[in-house]
Design a protein around this ligand. Structure first.
Ligand code: ADP
Length: 160
């Protein structure tokens, strides 16, 4: 049984994340979405909220699980008996950061491997942080976020 972990902040989950999740879920027996509970990042949503939103938007995928984790990714991978980590790549700027992370993880744990899925073209520009900027000023979120997530983001910024 092949188990993959897709880790990230998902603050909040975007259509770009969901695209990676749907594609990765087809490649493995089980996909565990690991929601990073990292207090230093000062997220908009609590880890619990992020886990619940991800569960809601992936309820149609029966081999996907969602769980929060803190600490080192390599330790979460070991605890879950996962074979591989999935990450998404949008642009060159992602590549440098992802390469550094993957190599650091492989140095600490030589059996650790990352599979990179390139973004679908229509989501190449999309990130949680730009969506939050749009939301803050009342912009239309329909092209960026799953429908279930939109009211929750609007609530955070007191937008009707
Ligand atoms: P992190 O804080 O770990 O970068 P994110 O929630 O921002 O977490 O992203 C999680 C993963 O999803 C990363 O590998 C990121 O590159 C990828 N990702 C984010 N947005 C997109 C997108 N629009 N298309 C493809 N991959 C994406």
């Amino acid at each position: 049984m092949k188990i993959a972990i897709y880790p990230g902040s998902f603050d909040p989950v975007t259509l770009g994340h969901l695209d990676i999740i749907e594609r990765a879920a087809k490649m493995v027996d089980k996909l565990i979405i690991g929601v990073l509970n990292n207090n230093t990042k000062n997220p908009l949503f609590s880890a619990d909220d992020r886990v619940n939103m991800l569960k809601e938007v992936t309820s149609h995928l029966d081999n996907v699980e969602v769980e929060a984790f803190s600490g080192l990714l390599i330790d979460f991978v070991k605890r879950k008996n996962a074979d591989v980590v999935i990450r998404g790549l949008r642009a060159i700027t992602d590549f440098e950061y992802e390469l550094q992370m993957a190599q650091t993880n492989r140095t600490m744990e030589p059996t650790f491997d990352t599979i990179f899925l390139i973004t679908s073209l229509q989501y190449a520009y999309l990130s949680s942080s730009t969506v939050k900027e749009v939301a803050k000023f009342g912009g239309d979120l329909n092209k960026f976020l799953p429908q279930q997530v939109i009211p929750k983001v609007k609530d955070k910024y007191n937008i009707k």
